[in-house]
Design a protein around this ligand. Structure first.
Ligand code: NAD
Length: 248
């Protein structure tokens, strides 16, 4: 048992999730890094521990509800509670809508949409059971609002994250649980580094103020701020962490 906050970060092995895990741990929270990439997930945990923080790794495929349920149970078994659930794991595929492999479409929906639903449901149930007034934060995207060619499934999944956030916030507020989303724009992580079309990356970069990619640490800082009790008025909201990407 602990009187520290306990934060679960899905997709914690890389990019935004990794930096968020490091951020929460550096502030004294106990962190559960969840990812299906075991090697990188364990490296994140090793880095946190080396820097004096507390963390464990739980191998998780967020597209499987039983994995996410087991993740939440392992969190409570280890640290005694769950205060923050950051549903962040996500994938992107770039292919024209009519030429895409339907398997790719389904895998994007399974991870980005169903993975977030699984996190909301599993963490929400556990917080309700334990009477914890926690916070659930979901990673949406500017692509939940703005369309661009080649990312049909990604838009569908992130639009769904936005509406699931609002819907769950309405219902979970009676238990004192906040649900919100963060919407990054173009962030310097492997998801973008993997795009073969440099023209597409340059175009995304040009929409970020200062013509650059946002750093994953900046998004991590936003997620941390939203998790604090001082952010109690922010509920059911989608908070842009996009350095202006969707504003102009
Ligand atoms: P990333 O590739 O660095 O990190 C994604 C992580 O999710 C990886 O560690 C990966 O192993 C993990 N993951 C993928 N599928 C999983 C599964 N089924 N179960 C568990 N873990 C899984 O990319 P990132 O940019 O840090 O992405 C994090 C989130 O931010 C995603 O939801 C992404 O859609 C969103 N986002 C990213 C950007 C950007 O520009 N990078 C912009 C907007 C939104």
């Amino acid at each position: 048992m602990t009187d520290k906050r306990v934060a679960v970060i899905t997709g914690g092995a890389s990019g935004i999730g990794k930096q968020t895990a490091i951020k929460f741990a550096s502030k004294g929270d106990q962190v559960v890094v969840a990812d299906f990439n075991q090697q990188l997930g364990e490296e994140t945990v090793a880095q946190i521990i080396k820097e004096g923080g507390e963390a464990i790794f739980v191998k998780t495929d967020v597209s499987k509800y039983e994995d996410v349920e087991a993740l939440v149970q392992k969190t409570v078994d280890t640290y005694g509670r769950i205060d923050v659930m950051f549903n962040n794991a996500g994938i992107g595929r770039v292919t024209p809508v009519l030429d895409q492999d339907l398997k790719d479409y389904h895998s994007v929906i399974n991870v980005n949409q169903h993975g977030v639903a699984h996190g909301i449901i599993a963490a929400g149930k556990k917080m309700r059971e334990l009477g914890i007034k926690g916070v659930i934060i979901n990673t949406a995207s500017v692509f939940g609002f703005l369309a661009s060619p080649g990312t049909f499934a990604y838009h569908a999944s992130k639009g769904a994250v936005i509406m699931m956030t609002k819907s769950a916030a309405l219902e979970l507020s009676v238990h004192g649980i906040r649900v919100l989303a963060v919407a990054p724009g173009a962030v310097d992580t492997p998801i973008i580094q993997g795009y073969k079309d440099q023209g597409m990356v340059d175009q995304m970069k040009s929409k970020v103020m200062g013509n650059k990619l946002t750093l994953p640490e900046q998004v991590a800082d936003t997620v941390y701020l939203l998790s604090l009790p001082e952010a109690s008025a922010i509920n059911g909201s989608v908070v842009m962490a996009d350095e202006g990407y969707a504003s102009f």
